[in-house]
Ligand binder design. Sequence first.
Ligand SMILES: NC(=O)c1ccc[n+]([C@@H]2O[C@H](COP(=O)([O-])OP(=O)(O)OC[C@H]3O[C@@H](n4cnc5c(N)ncnc54)[C@H](OP(=O)(O)O)[C@@H]3O)[C@@H](O)[C@H]2O)c1
Length: 226
Amino acid sequence: MRVVITGANRGLGFAFVEACLKRGYDVYACYRKDPGSLSTLHSQKLMRIQVDVTDESSLNAFQKKIQDYNETIDVLINNAGVLNGRDARVEAVEVNDMLTAFQVNALGPLLTVKHLLKHMEESNVKRIINISSNAASLNHAYAPDYPYGMTKVALNMFTEKLRKEVEGRGYRVYSVHPGWMRTDMGGASADISAIEAAEAIIQHFIEAAPEGAHTFYDYQGQPMVH
Ligand SMILES: NC(=O)c1ccc[n+]([C@@H]2O[C@H](COP(=O)([O-])OP(=O)(O)OC[C@H]3O[C@@H](n4cnc5c(N)ncnc54)[C@H](OP(=O)(O)O)[C@@H]3O)[C@@H](O)[C@H]2O)c1
């Protein structure tokens, strides 16, 4: 099983790397700039690779490497994300915060799929897991935090559209809320550890995998409302 994980140098992404290596999976651990905690792991199953999900040239270089090695990707975990401009009320929203959040949280997963999908076609697993948030639920909207919620909704729409586009080709495509985790993003007082979230997501969406048209779930495999 070969898994690609974006934003893998810390937080949930790093926890996915550890949990996948523990299972004996081959892992492409993508980091934006600095391998960070990835440098502490030593495994022949681990490939560290620099990928900024907002930069098509870095995604293209990654794609070429997979092509040169003639490798198949079984699982893509679009994990990289930013939480920025949280406290700005509507009168103070910064365009750059909105654009950055859109580029990383919504466009990043789309561009990653754009470059890697062709390397998943031969897999008999074919899972695409977009790490979303309960902040994407329209029913539970809160204010302000405009960049994050709006871009995670866009991510969920990408998941829905992608599921429709690849229908009948064996893919399972999900948006998954990982829970409130103790990471740099979630803070120290959050509910769960990143490893708990990673283990549960692997169990519910890689080892098992719900079928059907619903795409939005929490990390414990419970359906969520958009
Ligand atoms: N923590 C929570 O409670 C929580 C709750 C709901 C959803 N989530 C979602 O879960 C995912 C992981 O969150 P986390 O808590 O682990 O966050 P985190 O600790 O802030 O880590 C974010 C990761 O995303 C990477 N990243 C940011 N921009 C990138 C880019 N342009 N290209 C590639 N990588 C990029 C970061 O790389 P650098 O180190 O280089 O910045 C880092 O590895 C995110 O999608 C987040 O929205 C988290």
